[in-house]
Design a protein around this ligand. Sequence first.
Ligand code: EPZ
Length: 463
Amino acid sequence: MSSISSGRPTFGLFGASPYNEKPMDKGTTKERFVIEGLGGKKTLKGELFIRGAKNAALKALAASILFEDEVRLENMPQIEDVERMSEILRSSGARIDRTDDVVAIVPPKKWKPELERSIASRIRASIVLTGPMLADMGEVKFPFPGGCVLGERPIDLFLMGFAAMGASTQEDADGNFTVRAPRGGTLRGARIFFPKVSVTATETLMLAAVLAEGETVLENAAMEPEIPALAAFLNECGARIEGAGATTVHIRGTAGKPLRAEGRTMRMPPDRIDAGSFIILGALAGKDLAIRGCEPKHLGSLLSALSRAGVPLEVGRDFVRVAAGDVPNEKFKSISIQTHEYPGFPTDLQALYAVLLTQTSGEATILETIFDGRFRYADDLVRMGADITVMNPHKILIRGPKRLSRKELEAPDLRAGLAYILAAAVADGTSIVDNAYVIDRGYEDIEARLGRVGLSIRREPAA
Ligand code: EPZ
């Protein structure tokens, strides 16, 4: 069975800088999860409450750079990535306070236009800070962004957009990039066509365009729901963004005039990947699980696949209930999926969906169209007993049902990490999932939330 190595590219955009993400340093794997498997029994029951969207929260933090007064963000998840982004903003001069789920950011009079390398090089979302920082300060220095190793994750679309807006880029021997706006420091509005749909490139250039001189048009933009949510708040505060959430976005720049919140607060939309993860858990091991405080209309592609598989779903205005306790997993049909930009099947849910396919009847494929290194979990699931064939870097074939047995696993990235917890929940015996940090990056209080619905999961120091 072939497995995919996350091939290390040998050069980046400017010469020899490798642009592959650095996986999380081994040193951060201080804790692990220990999970008692249910051995295929479906006993989880109760309610799981969905948190604010990580991939909205991180961009809202970046957008605070566009403001000259305090910005308040609510429904902010308590997760490591929010902490890291806050630390980067603090290191550039912001004052940031959190009270419960509200984060208040007070921007400095002048930002230090440099992203703290030791943090920014470990989180992909740090790249979103470059757009507003460049727009506000006329320059920004930053390292290649890090984060989950999902295959190649270049930044050419960001640099292409900055160049279109009149900026110039240098890369130094340490792999730091410095981008400077044209003289005078204000970016020029531009028409930018994305040859590939990119979520963070869309967000970064939308933010940069807010303070530019003239109009910017983003074509072939990403349509993830976190993008119009952010645009709506910015428009309340003085931005002029039209079409966010569709493929063409028009931004009329303020020509350097900062935004003002004037006490307004942005409430994060619910995290659709958090919700989707637990809906899949409900199908796999739930007797009767209600996922509350979610936005079902953001989950159409997942709910459609689960319905076709025969998973009993009750879909309400802000909840999805999975009452599958009386239906053994082998009664569910294996349904093939392919990942696609929103509103297609989210790439962030494909590892979790793969675990479901190990338990349903028949054979199905997962076609991963967004990343070329996102099947690194396959080998570990095979070690647990799954029947998975990696056909190529973009396609796997899964035959089910197959009993899974306990294993000690190391979470390779955020979403595969949660997939391992789901696999451990279904398996026989006691499994261990090392590298708890990568799961804490995006899932708040995961052991408490899963414990409350009956999964025996505990956190302990790594061996
Ligand atoms: C965002 O990553 C999300 N992260 C990811 O979620 C998500 O998997 C991804 O979008 C796709 O939906 C955040 O929002 C912080 P892309 P992003 O740019 O923006 C290529 C999670 O678990 N590309 O949309 O980095 C890229 O290699 C994370 O929450 C270029 O070629 O993804 C990929 O093949 C994991 N050049 C494709 O575009 C560029 O300059 C789409 O990636 C940028 C991207």
